[in-house]
Design a protein around this ligand. Structure first.
Ligand SMILES: *Cc1c(COP(=O)(O)O)cnc(C)c1O
Length: 412
């Protein structure tokens, strides 16, 4: 799992050696993808066997014994993600939620966690409804860079950051929080799902663990549900690998193979999605029918300086949200009038998606709390895919114009 010590590298192909020093794209294509030493197959086969033969008791033929504990396709995928996040280790899970749950379960009863308030809905649910059952308390903060020191208690073991936040795309300065956390020996976890390892590498900014819903950008084709956690600390690997095996929320070899195939084009997809989102955000910001646009690639973004410091080339990523004039009715209508953006939850795939968070992904949050976090009923969230830029800009603008015309005619 450590790509630097990977035993199969020896009979793999040359590029596996010294891959740490290669560029992102070379790592994406080659890390964890050795040629088959027997057949020469360039692409690793899908290893469906759940069990592996042993020549004597306790002496397996190869590296594997039982597929929940480890298997070749999961190892390959984990090696690739570790390379892309600049981590020594990565552990894959059956979903992003399972990765989150496993990290939270590594904490002793009585532990305290500090989290940004705008976390993914499922993360919020786990923190407030599941972690409590084994005696882990979570305090939420809407301004963690400012509050972190005052929120730390003797029992604080973990700080959870999601940057950019969902769906308002506000950013957290990871280094600012990590510096304080590390004074107290507290671990910092960053959910990097929204940007992918191409745009942001949280470990380089002081985070101890980075997690992803692989379901989104890393797989990138909206056909696999998976999660991953990556980190470099030796103390974490034994404990988290133990829990990965003991809890057993692991992905299938087939899903690992598919997600690994998706990962090989992450750099191309993330760049295209980011360029598309930038153009869509600029077009929306210029529209008289739009109240505000949340996008870290815009100079109007309140934490644009964080994006410039933390994101590759200051890229804004593929996600944005905007408030349309005309209230909830307009937001709903907009999502029915787009022709390329599909009305659906989720994000990070090659296809563009739109949704209304207040009625869909964030419907579970009470209105007062939601609006305090900027999630108004007229907010639309877009996940820009990798279609043609002009087509996406045109689609969004025609949907805005048509929505407004229908509202003015009283037919919405
Ligand atoms: C989707 C998502 C998750 C949860 O991942 P699943 O794979 O759906 O379990 C966690 N964090 C963020 C930011 C997400 O978008």
């Amino acid at each position: 799992m450590t790509f630097s010590q990977e035993p199969r590298v020896e009979h793999g192909h040359g590029v596996q050696n010294g891959i740490e020093s290669r560029g992102f794209a070379t790592k994406a294509v080659h890390a964890g993808s050795p040629h088959d030493p027997v057949t020469g197959a360039v692409i690793p086969t899908i290893s469906l066997s759940t069990t592996f033969a042993q020549t004597a008791v306790g002496s397996p033929v190869g590296l594997y014994e039982y597929s929940r504990s480890s298997n070749p396709n999961r190892d390959n995928f984990e090696t690739a993600v570790a390379a892309l996040e600049g981590a020594r280790y990565a552990l894959a899970f059956s979903s992003g939620s399972a990765a989150t749950a496993t990290i939270l379960q590594s904490l002793a009863t009585g532990s305290h966690v500090i989290s940004v308030s705008d976390v993914y809905g499922g993360t919020h649910r786990y923190f407030t409804k599941v972690a409590t059952a084994h005696g882990v308390r979570v305090t939420f903060s809407g301004s963690i860079e400012v509050d972190v020191r005052s929120l730390i208690e003797p029992a604080t073991k973990l700080i959870w950051i999601e940057t950019p936040s969902n769906p308002t795309l506000s950013l957290v300065d990871i280094r600012a929080v990590a510096d304080v956390a590390h004074e107290f020996g507290i671990l910092v976890v960053v959910d990097n799902t929204f940007l992918s390892p191409y745009v942001q590498n949280p470990l380089k900014h002081g985070a101890d663990i980075v997690v992803h819903s692989v379901t989104k950008y890393i797989n990138g084709h909206s056909d696999v549900l998976m999660g991953v956690a990556a980190f470099s600390d030796e103390d974490l690997i034994d404990h988290l690998r133990f829990l990965q095996n003991a809890i057993g929320a692991v992905p299938s070899p087939f899903d690992c193979w598919l997600a690994h195939r998706g990962l090989k084009t992450l750099h191309l997809r993330a760049k295209a999605a980011s360029q598309n989102a930038q153009a869509v955000a600029e077009a929306l910001e210029a529209s008289q029918h739009v109240i505000a646009v949340n996008y870290p690639g815009l100079n109007s973004h309140a934490q644009r300086y964080v994006a410039l410091k933390q994101h590759r080339k200051g890229l804004g990523g593929g996600m944005l949200s905007f408030r349309i004039k005309g209230g909830a009715k307009a937001a709903h209508k907009f999502c029915q009038l787009t022709k390329i953006f599909t009305l659906a939850e989720s994000l990070g795939g090659v296809e563009s998606l739109c949704e209304v968070p207040s009625s869909m992904t964030h419907a579970g949050i009470p209105q007062i709390e939601r609006e305090a976090a900027g999630v108004y009923d007229d907010l639309v969230r877009l996940s820009c895919g990798i279609e043609d830029l002009d087509d996406l800009v045109g689609d969004v603008l025609q949907a805005v114009e048509t929505t407004v015309a229908l509202l003015e005619a009283g037919s919405v």
